[in-house]
Design a binder for this molecule. Structure first.
Ligand SMILES: N[C@@H](CCC(=O)N[C@@H](CS)C(=O)NCC(=O)O)C(=O)O
Length: 197
Protein backbone atom coordinates (compact mmCIF):
# COMPACT_ATOMS: atom_id res chain seq x y z
CA UNK A 1 0.00 0.00 0.00
CA UNK A 2 2.08 2.85 -1.30
CA UNK A 3 2.08 6.06 -3.22
CA UNK A 4 0.09 9.21 -3.68
CA UNK A 5 -3.68 9.20 -4.09
CA UNK A 6 -4.66 8.63 -7.72
CA UNK A 7 -8.41 8.97 -7.41
CA UNK A 8 -11.29 8.95 -5.00
CA UNK A 9 -14.17 6.72 -6.02
CA UNK A 10 -17.18 8.68 -4.89
CA UNK A 11 -20.66 9.81 -5.77
CA UNK A 12 -21.39 13.53 -6.01
CA UNK A 13 -23.91 13.35 -3.18
CA UNK A 14 -21.94 11.20 -0.72
CA UNK A 15 -21.40 13.24 2.46
CA UNK A 16 -18.53 10.97 3.51
CA UNK A 17 -16.80 11.81 0.24
CA UNK A 18 -17.58 15.48 0.68
CA UNK A 19 -15.81 15.42 4.03
CA UNK A 20 -12.68 14.06 2.30
CA UNK A 21 -12.90 16.48 -0.60
CA UNK A 22 -13.09 19.41 1.83
CA UNK A 23 -10.15 18.05 3.85
CA UNK A 24 -8.11 17.57 0.65
CA UNK A 25 -8.94 21.10 -0.44
CA UNK A 26 -7.86 22.53 2.92
CA UNK A 27 -4.64 20.50 2.85
CA UNK A 28 -3.83 21.52 -0.73
CA UNK A 29 -4.05 17.92 -1.97
CA UNK A 30 -5.26 17.33 -5.51
CA UNK A 31 -7.86 14.60 -5.27
CA UNK A 32 -9.43 13.61 -8.60
CA UNK A 33 -12.88 12.16 -8.09
CA UNK A 34 -14.18 9.30 -10.24
CA UNK A 35 -17.95 9.46 -10.21
CA UNK A 36 -19.08 6.12 -8.82
CA UNK A 37 -22.61 4.95 -8.05
CA UNK A 38 -22.26 2.32 -5.33
CA UNK A 39 -25.70 0.78 -5.75
CA UNK A 40 -24.83 -0.49 -9.25
CA UNK A 41 -21.81 -2.40 -7.90
CA UNK A 42 -19.27 -1.19 -10.48
CA UNK A 43 -16.31 -3.55 -10.81
CA UNK A 44 -13.76 -0.83 -10.03
CA UNK A 45 -15.49 -0.07 -6.74
CA UNK A 46 -15.80 -3.71 -5.71
CA UNK A 47 -12.12 -4.21 -6.53
CA UNK A 48 -11.22 -1.27 -4.28
CA UNK A 49 -13.79 -1.93 -1.59
CA UNK A 50 -15.46 -5.34 -1.28
CA UNK A 51 -18.09 -3.69 0.91
CA UNK A 52 -19.30 -1.84 -2.18
CA UNK A 53 -19.32 1.55 -0.47
CA UNK A 54 -17.94 4.92 -1.45
CA UNK A 55 -15.67 6.66 -0.77
CA UNK A 56 -12.64 4.52 -1.61
CA UNK A 57 -9.22 6.00 -2.24
CA UNK A 58 -7.08 4.35 -4.93
CA UNK A 59 -3.32 4.80 -4.61
CA UNK A 60 -0.53 4.82 -7.21
CA UNK A 61 0.31 1.15 -6.65
CA UNK A 62 -3.32 0.14 -7.27
CA UNK A 63 -4.10 -0.58 -3.63
CA UNK A 64 -7.02 1.13 -1.94
CA UNK A 65 -7.86 2.71 1.37
CA UNK A 66 -11.48 2.55 2.46
CA UNK A 67 -13.77 4.12 5.04
CA UNK A 68 -13.79 7.88 5.30
CA UNK A 69 -12.14 8.22 8.74
CA UNK A 70 -9.26 6.00 7.57
CA UNK A 71 -8.93 7.95 4.33
CA UNK A 72 -9.05 11.22 6.29
CA UNK A 73 -6.23 9.98 8.53
CA UNK A 74 -4.21 9.02 5.42
CA UNK A 75 -4.66 12.47 3.88
CA UNK A 76 -3.69 14.22 7.12
CA UNK A 77 -0.63 11.99 7.54
CA UNK A 78 0.52 12.86 4.04
CA UNK A 79 0.95 16.54 4.91
CA UNK A 80 3.63 17.04 7.58
CA UNK A 81 2.76 19.94 9.86
CA UNK A 82 -0.91 19.99 8.89
CA UNK A 83 -3.03 22.15 11.15
CA UNK A 84 -6.42 20.45 10.88
CA UNK A 85 -5.90 18.01 13.74
CA UNK A 86 -3.41 17.39 16.56
CA UNK A 87 -1.40 14.26 15.76
CA UNK A 88 -1.45 12.88 19.32
CA UNK A 89 -2.72 13.46 22.82
CA UNK A 90 -6.18 14.38 24.11
CA UNK A 91 -6.82 16.91 21.32
CA UNK A 92 -6.25 14.16 18.73
CA UNK A 93 -8.74 11.80 20.32
CA UNK A 94 -11.22 14.61 20.88
CA UNK A 95 -11.08 15.45 17.16
CA UNK A 96 -11.40 11.79 16.12
CA UNK A 97 -14.37 11.35 18.43
CA UNK A 98 -16.06 14.44 16.99
CA UNK A 99 -15.49 12.92 13.55
CA UNK A 100 -17.09 9.67 14.74
CA UNK A 101 -20.11 11.54 16.07
CA UNK A 102 -20.58 13.38 12.78
CA UNK A 103 -20.09 10.17 10.79
CA UNK A 104 -22.60 8.47 13.06
CA UNK A 105 -25.17 11.15 12.27
CA UNK A 106 -24.58 10.39 8.59
CA UNK A 107 -24.88 6.64 9.20
CA UNK A 108 -28.25 7.15 10.93
CA UNK A 109 -29.40 9.48 8.15
CA UNK A 110 -28.42 6.93 5.47
CA UNK A 111 -30.36 4.21 7.32
CA UNK A 112 -33.39 6.51 7.34
CA UNK A 113 -33.02 7.10 3.61
CA UNK A 114 -32.80 3.39 2.82
CA UNK A 115 -35.90 2.84 4.94
CA UNK A 116 -37.72 5.69 3.22
CA UNK A 117 -36.87 4.18 -0.18
CA UNK A 118 -38.76 1.08 0.98
CA UNK A 119 -41.68 3.15 2.25
CA UNK A 120 -40.72 2.76 5.92
CA UNK A 121 -41.03 6.14 7.61
CA UNK A 122 -42.03 5.20 11.15
CA UNK A 123 -41.49 2.54 13.79
CA UNK A 124 -38.99 1.82 16.55
CA UNK A 125 -35.97 1.44 14.24
CA UNK A 126 -36.74 4.73 12.52
CA UNK A 127 -37.34 6.50 15.86
CA UNK A 128 -34.04 5.14 17.14
CA UNK A 129 -32.15 6.79 14.25
CA UNK A 130 -33.82 10.15 14.84
CA UNK A 131 -33.02 9.98 18.57
CA UNK A 132 -29.38 9.12 17.83
CA UNK A 133 -29.14 12.07 15.45
CA UNK A 134 -30.70 14.43 17.99
CA UNK A 135 -28.41 13.34 20.83
CA UNK A 136 -25.26 13.37 18.70
CA UNK A 137 -26.02 16.84 17.36
CA UNK A 138 -26.42 18.24 20.86
CA UNK A 139 -22.99 16.85 21.82
CA UNK A 140 -21.42 18.03 18.56
CA UNK A 141 -22.82 21.47 19.36
CA UNK A 142 -20.60 21.56 22.48
CA UNK A 143 -17.50 20.48 20.54
CA UNK A 144 -17.48 23.18 17.85
CA UNK A 145 -14.08 24.84 17.62
CA UNK A 146 -12.26 21.81 19.05
CA UNK A 147 -10.40 21.07 15.80
CA UNK A 148 -10.43 21.89 12.12
CA UNK A 149 -11.16 18.27 11.28
CA UNK A 150 -14.03 18.02 13.75
CA UNK A 151 -15.53 21.28 12.52
CA UNK A 152 -15.41 20.12 8.89
CA UNK A 153 -17.08 16.82 9.78
CA UNK A 154 -19.81 18.58 11.78
CA UNK A 155 -20.54 21.08 9.00
CA UNK A 156 -20.71 18.30 6.40
CA UNK A 157 -23.12 16.32 8.58
CA UNK A 158 -25.55 19.15 9.29
CA UNK A 159 -25.49 20.29 5.67
CA UNK A 160 -26.36 16.73 4.61
CA UNK A 161 -29.34 16.86 6.98
CA UNK A 162 -30.44 20.14 5.39
CA UNK A 163 -30.00 18.57 1.93
CA UNK A 164 -31.83 15.29 2.53
CA UNK A 165 -34.06 16.06 5.52
CA UNK A 166 -35.23 19.65 5.04
CA UNK A 167 -37.98 19.17 7.64
CA UNK A 168 -35.55 18.06 10.34
CA UNK A 169 -35.00 21.18 12.43
CA UNK A 170 -31.43 20.77 13.65
CA UNK A 171 -30.92 24.53 13.88
CA UNK A 172 -33.27 25.46 16.73
CA UNK A 173 -31.35 23.69 19.50
CA UNK A 174 -27.78 23.82 18.21
CA UNK A 175 -26.64 27.45 17.91
CA UNK A 176 -22.92 26.67 17.77
CA UNK A 177 -23.51 24.24 14.89
CA UNK A 178 -25.59 26.89 13.12
CA UNK A 179 -22.79 29.46 13.43
CA UNK A 180 -20.21 26.88 12.32
CA UNK A 181 -22.22 25.79 9.30
CA UNK A 182 -22.98 29.36 8.27
CA UNK A 183 -19.26 30.14 8.38
CA UNK A 184 -17.84 26.99 6.77
CA UNK A 185 -20.49 26.58 4.07
CA UNK A 186 -19.38 29.93 2.65
CA UNK A 187 -15.76 28.81 2.25
CA UNK A 188 -14.35 27.80 -1.16
CA UNK A 189 -13.89 24.14 -0.11
CA UNK A 190 -17.54 23.75 0.85
CA UNK A 191 -18.83 25.75 -2.11
CA UNK A 192 -16.77 23.60 -4.50
CA UNK A 193 -18.18 20.39 -3.02
CA UNK A 194 -21.87 21.24 -2.78
CA UNK A 195 -24.05 18.29 -3.75
CA UNK A 196 -25.98 18.75 -6.99
CA UNK A 197 -29.54 20.00 -6.45
N1 LIG B 1 -18.34 4.16 7.04
C1 LIG B 1 -18.30 4.49 5.63
C2 LIG B 1 -19.72 4.73 5.14
C3 LIG B 1 -19.78 4.90 3.64
C4 LIG B 1 -21.20 4.79 3.09
O1 LIG B 1 -22.15 4.34 3.76
N2 LIG B 1 -21.36 5.21 1.82
C5 LIG B 1 -22.64 5.08 1.16
C6 LIG B 1 -22.86 6.25 0.21
S1 LIG B 1 -23.01 7.78 1.03
C7 LIG B 1 -22.61 3.84 0.28
O2 LIG B 1 -21.66 3.65 -0.45
N3 LIG B 1 -23.66 3.02 0.37
C8 LIG B 1 -23.79 1.85 -0.44
C9 LIG B 1 -24.10 0.63 0.38
O3 LIG B 1 -24.31 0.77 1.61
O4 LIG B 1 -24.15 -0.45 -0.19
C10 LIG B 1 -17.42 5.72 5.44
O5 LIG B 1 -17.27 6.52 6.38
O6 LIG B 1 -16.81 5.86 4.36
Amino acid sequence: MEGDPVKLLASATSPYARKLRVIAHELGITLPVEDTTPMTDPAALLAANPLGKVPALVLEDGSAIIDSPVIAAFLLASVPGQQLMATSGPAHWHARTTEALADGVLDAAIILRFNMAQGITSGPWVDRQYRAIERALSVMNTRVGGSGLGDICCAVAVDYLSFRFPDLDWRSHNPALVALADRLLATPAFIATQPPA
